[in-house]
Ligand binder design. Structure first.
Ligand code: SF4
Ligand code: SF4
Length: 441
């Protein structure tokens, strides 16, 4: 084993270990949420995952972006099959280990190159949509700063990786044609062969250096990108699959009841019904969490809402369909998801630093205002539009519940309705004895 192989092995092991650590941190953060059993209707769940995550069914509702996205997705996944060969070559010092596949290898390499060009073009179009065409949904207030940079970093990295792949292939073939030891003429190169004139007149040593540089750039770029994912919206390429599997299967607009409150009401109306027993104590991150109605902080949300937050692609399709946002209200469902993720990250950092959760004086409500929460009509246009079946409405509803039930804080327009429900058993300002008056007119 040469020094280069040992170095490669060490870098590969380090990158995989770092990714496993970051993945563990994200999983730990998601598990800070409330337990929710989502294991029913498994066959249906596999179907949703196959259709929405694998088949990208909701992406193509907007055909241009949808088809470009599918091109990047398919291209990136399939081209990375070649990464397997690069890893084996890197560890064992072989070169194009897959070339024994003969014509199948030619077909694979040729397809990878054509897909690489597709990915390159799609990335350029996506950059143009953001930077030149300035599509409004990419320039909402929540996209200022890091989120916009993150999107550009992802697109530019993908262009750089695909470019390195094609340049590496071109130099590789020039070396093979010159009969360099170790280099084989296997494979078909419909795109990179067009780059070969670039190497005319270069010495063997220069071409070899160029090929090795691109080889290392390509594989180290992929390993670095792998470790960038957990800090980026691009993490959705992994989480889209579990997130769609755990999708809400009930009708979108169905609001979950609060069993404790239902029990309290039943017991109040019928003295023979015993009051519900309080929920068992819950210890999270070394701290006993009080039972709460609704959500004050990330600990009070379901783990699924927290996974939603990490799965958000920040595409803004939800916000572009949201009637509240379209009519100039402060609410943006995308911002709800971004704020939830940012708060979760903030909580995770406190736990990492102190070994357990210590109240930092902030909560989800420090980031999401009442004005945003009460602007939601619960129409669920956002959940319908989301390409990875994220449910911002659940977070909004839980936070509203906290405001109403724990802080007695609501909108003035709702106070009268709440009083009427409490006093008259209906939202109207008439007692039950006057209910039939309309029929006597
Ligand atoms: S449910 Fe609320 S957040 Fe979602 S689209 Fe409708 S108004 Fe907007
Ligand atoms: S919630 Fe869904 S639709 Fe909205 S920005 Fe995130 S991924 Fe896109």
């Amino acid at each position: 084993m040469s020094i280069a192989n040992i170095l490669f092995l060490l870098l590969l092991a380090g990158a995989v270990a770092l990714f496993a650590r970051n993945l563990g941190r994200v999983v730990r953060n998601i598990r800070l949420g409330r337990d929710e059993d989502i294991s029913d209707r498994k066959a249906e769940r596999w179907g949703v995952m196959a259709r929405v995550a694998l088949g990208q069914s909701k992406m193509v509702v907007r055909p241009v972006a949808g088809i470009m996205h599918i091109l990047i997705y398919v291209g990136f996944i399939i081209i990375n099959i070649e990464v397997l060969e690069i890893i084996i070559d890197g560890i064992f010092g072989t070169h194009r280990i897959g070339s024994f596949l003969g014509r199948l290898y030619d077909f694979l390499i040729g397809s990878f190159e054509i897909l690489a060009v597709g990915v390159l073009l799609a990335c350029v179009v996506f950059i143009a949509r953001r930077a030149v065409l300035q599509l409004p949904r990419f320039h909402k207030p929540e996209m200022k700063g890091w989120p916009s940079k993150d999107a550009m970093i992802i697109l530019i990295t993908e262009i750089a990786l695909m470019g390195a792949f094609l340049k590496m292939n071109a130099a590789d073939q020039v070396l093979a044609q010159r009969g360099m030891e170790h280099y084989t003429t296997a494979g078909s190169y419909p795109v990179s062969s067009l780059l070969q004139p670039f190497f005319a007149g270069m010495s063997d040593g220069t071409v070899l250096f160029f090929e090795r540089f691109m080889w290392w750039f390509h594989i180290l770029g992929i390993l670095a990108f792998l470790n960038y994912l957990p800090y980026s919206k691009h993490f959705h390429i992994i989480l889209a699959f579990p997130n769609t599997w755990y999708s809400k299967l009930e009708p979108r607009t169905q609001v979950s009841n609060m069993p404790r409150i239902t029990g309290e009401v039943k017991s109040m109306l019928d003295p023979s019904v015993p009051p519900p027993t309080p929920a068992p104590a819950r210890t999270v991150a070394g701290v006993d969490m009080p039972e709460r109605f609704g959500a004050k902080d990330v600990f009070d949300l379901s783990w699924k809402s927290l996974m939603d937050a990490y799965s958000c692609t920040e595409c803004g399709r939800c916000t572009s369909e949201c009637p509240a946002n379209l009519t100039g209200k402060l609410l943006s469902p995308r911002k709800i998801m971004m704020d939830t993720r940012d708060r979760l990250e903030e909580v995770g950092k406190v736990i990492d630093a102190k070994g357990k959760w210590e109240d930092d004086g902030n909560s989800l409500h420090s980031r999401i205002s009442e004005e945003e929460l009460w602007a939601c009509t619960t129409c669920n246009a956002c959940t319908q539009a989301c390409p990875v079946n994220i449910d911002p409405v659940n977070i909004i509803m839980e936070m509203r519940r906290y405001k109403v039930m724990e802080e007695s804080s609501t909108r003035p327009s709702l106070t009268g309705m709440f009083n009427n429900v409490e006093n008259n058993g209906a939202p109207w300002a008439y007692g039950p004895d006057r209910r039939m008056e309309w029929a006597q007119e």
